[in-house]
Design a protein around this ligand. Structure first.
Ligand SMILES: CC(=O)SCCNC(=O)CCNC(=O)[C@H](O)C(C)(C)COP(=O)(O)OP(=O)(O)OC[C@H]1O[C@@H](n2cnc3c(N)ncnc32)[C@H](O)[C@@H]1OP(=O)(O)O
Length: 428
């Protein structure tokens, strides 16, 4: 499969051409063309104009993605009015296996060309292309939660943000072992990449990271206004095995009292419980710090158990995070494992017609066999709801209450839900 060279989707090409717009793959070896695409992408997310070093770094990191642009040849700038990129990312599924997922990012439409169905053409094109290449599902993280349901995506993992009052909480976790030390992002890049590989393989919902995505978690990218403030602390086991790190910045003390700085955690990676506890303890016990803020943790982050005063560590936000769009029901459902056996007929509705059908899933010894069937349905649901329950999160009952899943929701929940909730701990 070559996702980089697969031709542009003809349906989307035709739909856009009818409105005077041109859909095309961008040649990422053509620096001028690629820079125009990157500038349009930055502008779409209201980021600053990228300087030369930022463009150069982005070109290096993003060249491995399928890069698509929409052009309005009537405008003078020649820059795209729509952008999207995609690549095949291994997604960890329940049971610890991995499935190829079509990861979609950088969806932007110029404000001058909004609501002319450019995003509709881009998303439809991405999904049809992925399906044609045999990729069983598509994934994305979203800027706004109201956009992607219409294309069959459902929220499949949720993320928490925390604020910890470190003057209030005392360490209540286990004794920590191992070694903590400051390190330099450049020196640690390879080792940190290996730690991240372990973290991402260990939990359903995480994806194997491209070098670009790993780089951002270990240290700042070019152009990051906080680059000078980054600190990186590594954790190594007593045997010297690298098992975790935390990258963070320390923000000035707003109260103008030098004892009350705020730590903003960029990323905390822990491949073992020892690494997790040692790094959390490190953050709680920093001198001259009154608050630690962290984002994109799982819904089961064990912070309440690690502090002496539960209310000193508060969840400030719970948000939908990874959205899943099933493209091939048998392949996707057979790729994960299940904690309870059973059999169920699912009637899946799909406005785009890609995954629609009636399927029997039979789980024995944790593995599923999925076939199309003419049997009566036990459960009827839209493909977005199937995406929502796919990774094991506790969503089925809520969707049934909302009238989006009909039938034996308890059986659906029993088969799909997992004891440990899925998590995606980064953005892409
Ligand atoms: C994976 C990612 O990259 S997430 C990032 C998404 N991008 C951004 O948030 C950047 C800023 N926003 C944008 O660039 C654009 O507004 C986009 C990409 C979200 C939408 O692009 P458009 O070309 O305007 O969307 P399009 O015209 O195809 O709209 C299709 C439908 O979605 C709806 N829609 C599109 N964007 C939004 C939105 N932000 N909020 C609510 N509804 C929306 C439209 O109203 C339309 O609805 P309808 O079918 O009922 O008429």
């Amino acid at each position: 499969m070559d996702f980089l060279t697969q031709p542009i989707d003809p349906t989307s090409e035709r739909d856009l051409a009818a409105g005077g717009l041109r859909l095309t793959l961008v040649d990422t070896s053509d620096a001028a063309a690629f820079d125009g695409w990157i500038r349009a992408d930055f502008r779409g997310f209201h980021s600053g104009r990228p300087k030369d070093d930022v463009l150069e770094e982005a070109r290096g990191y993003l060249a491995g993605r399928r890069t698509t642009g929409v052009y309005d040849d009537a405008i003078p700038s020649g820059e795209p009015v729509g952008t999207v990129n995609s690549w095949v990312a291994p997604l960890t599924v329940p049971g610890g296996g991995r499935v190829d997922a079509w990861a979609i990012s950088s969806v932007t439409v110029a404000p001058t060309h909004r609501r002319r169905r450019i995003a509709t053409a881009l998303l439809g094109g991405e999904l049809r292309t992925a399906h044609a290449l045999g990729v069983p599902l598509a994934i994305l993280t979203v800027s706004e939660s109201v956009i992607y349901g219409r294309w069959g995506f459902g929220p499949a993992t949720f993320a928490t943000a925390w604020s910890i009052d470190t003057k209030r909480v005392r360490w209540a976790g286990a004794e920590t072992t191992g070694r903590l030390s400051f390190t330099d992002a450049e020196e640690y890049r390879e080792t940190g990449g290996r730690v991240l590989d372990r973290v991402m393989a260990a939990r359903a919902g995480e994806i194997a990271l491209e070098p670009y995505l790993a780089h951002r978690l270990i240290g700042p990218l070019k152009g990051d206004p906080d680059a000078e403030k980054y600190r990186l602390v590594r954790y190594d086991s007593p045997e010297g095995e690298p098992e975790g790190f935390v990258s963070y910045t320390v923000k000035d003390d707003e109260a103008d009292d030098f004892t009350r700085h705020t730590v903003e955690v960029n990323y905390l990676a822990a491949a073992t419980d020892e690494a997790l506890t040692a790094l959390w303890r490190y953050l709680f016990e920093l001198d001259l710090v009154a608050r630690v803020k962290i984002w994109t943790r799982g819904v089961d982050e064990p912070l309440p158990a690690l502090v002496s005063d539960i209310r000193g560590a508060t969840v400030t936000d719970v948000e939908d995070h990874l959205w899943v769009r099933i493209l091939d029901v048998p392949a996707a459902l057979q790729a994960r494992s299940y904690e309870r056996d059973g059999s169920l007929v699912l009637d899946v509705a799909d406005d785009l017609g890609i995954a629609a059908g009636r399927y029997r899933i039979t789980v024995a010894d944790g593995r599923a066999e999925v076939v199309t069937t003419g049997d009566a349905a036990d459960v009827s649901l839209p493909v977005s709801a199937l995406g929502s329950v796919y990774l094991g999160h506790d969503t089925a009952r809520g969707l049934a209450v909302a009238g989006r899943i009909h039938g034996d929701v308890a059986a659906l929940d029993r088969i799909f839900r997992t004891a440990v909730p899925p998590r995606l701990s980064t953005w892409f």
